[in-house]
Design a protein around this ligand. Sequence first.
Ligand code: C5P
Length: 393
Amino acid sequence: MLNGKNILIGITGGIAAYKICELIRMFKRANANVRVVCTPNALNFVTKLTLQNLSQNEVGIEEFDLNEFKPEHISYADEADIMVIAPATANTIGKIANGICDNLLTSIACAFKKPVIAAPAMNCGMWENKFVQENIQKLKNAGYTILEPESGYLACGYEGKGRLCKLETIFDKTVEILNSKKNLAGKKFVITCGGTIEEIDSVRYISNYSSGKMGIALADAAYEQGAEVILVSTVNVERAYKVEMVKSANEMQIAVEKELNNADCIIMAAAVADYRAKNIADHKLKKTESNEFTLELVKNPDILKGLCEKRTSDKPVVVGFCAESEDLIKNAKEKILKKGCDYLIANDISRKDIGFSSDFNEVTILDKNGGIKPLQRAAKTEIAKEILKEIYG
Ligand code: C5P
């Protein structure tokens, strides 16, 4: 299953460290090459000799224990296909999230550019700590796979969430990541997300309830499958790929069109306002004596339609979304023709259990050749993978 794969295990100083001896054996049985690096604290729970014997490799602990020309943290990072930090203590998570490199393990993590799995384990109070949670979020944003601890009886005597997840979970995730196909490698995706923000004056704007979740899920999925991704977003997200923040439809159009000739695929998942204020006041508009206020609006550019008209070949593939509250398929069929895009993902926004702020969606994929493929209700992360599969197989 893991024939010839190079797995770097990072063990930190928590009681669950003893369980990692068995994890090393599981990886070895699956024919992986295993190297272990420990924090000095981890050796309070497990011996260097045990880890050395099980991994059949030198165990790295001291940062300046150089026996080769290459600094150790670089050579460890270069060799490995994946780094698995288990157990990951609050201390080490905090250091990595803040770029601190004060031992061999944290220095390797800092230099590491390939996938990292971290399986935190700690006392439940530590796990719930606000700063620990912020650091976990930082790691997630940077593309780390976090295998959350489980609830149950903890070694410290408390009952709660903090126990290392099952070794099988760590093993299976490692296999999944190492064997996942990078079938979008070499492709460039530009994906928009969120509702556009159309200013009225210096303090007010027109917008909509779009959360951006569908676009973000698509960007994450494309990135995981090896694509280069630019997320053109109105919502603030931190990711390992490039996020270009925009506000208005006009700004979004500029950001997307500058990639028209470089992109392989453009997905317009953003909820672009159809109209914007004709004049944006540079000061706060004053309330007047009148009971009425008229705001003059002008039409925004149709970015999606513009992209399809401006492309000079069948590249990039252009994908649009449409949100309808009635006659979904009939309207979607008309829209794909009107816009000229290759795919249109149709959403029924009359349903409360899917769409806008929800983590779930149920969509129908239409293609320019008349194909119609309904997808069952599923998490947006799953819908995203299905959409990419439909486009690139
Ligand atoms: O025309 P309608 O708003 O229904 O079309 C939705 C699709 O068109 C979405 O993909 C959306 O991102 C895109 N759109 C656009 N420019 C607009 C309005 C919508 O690109 N001004």
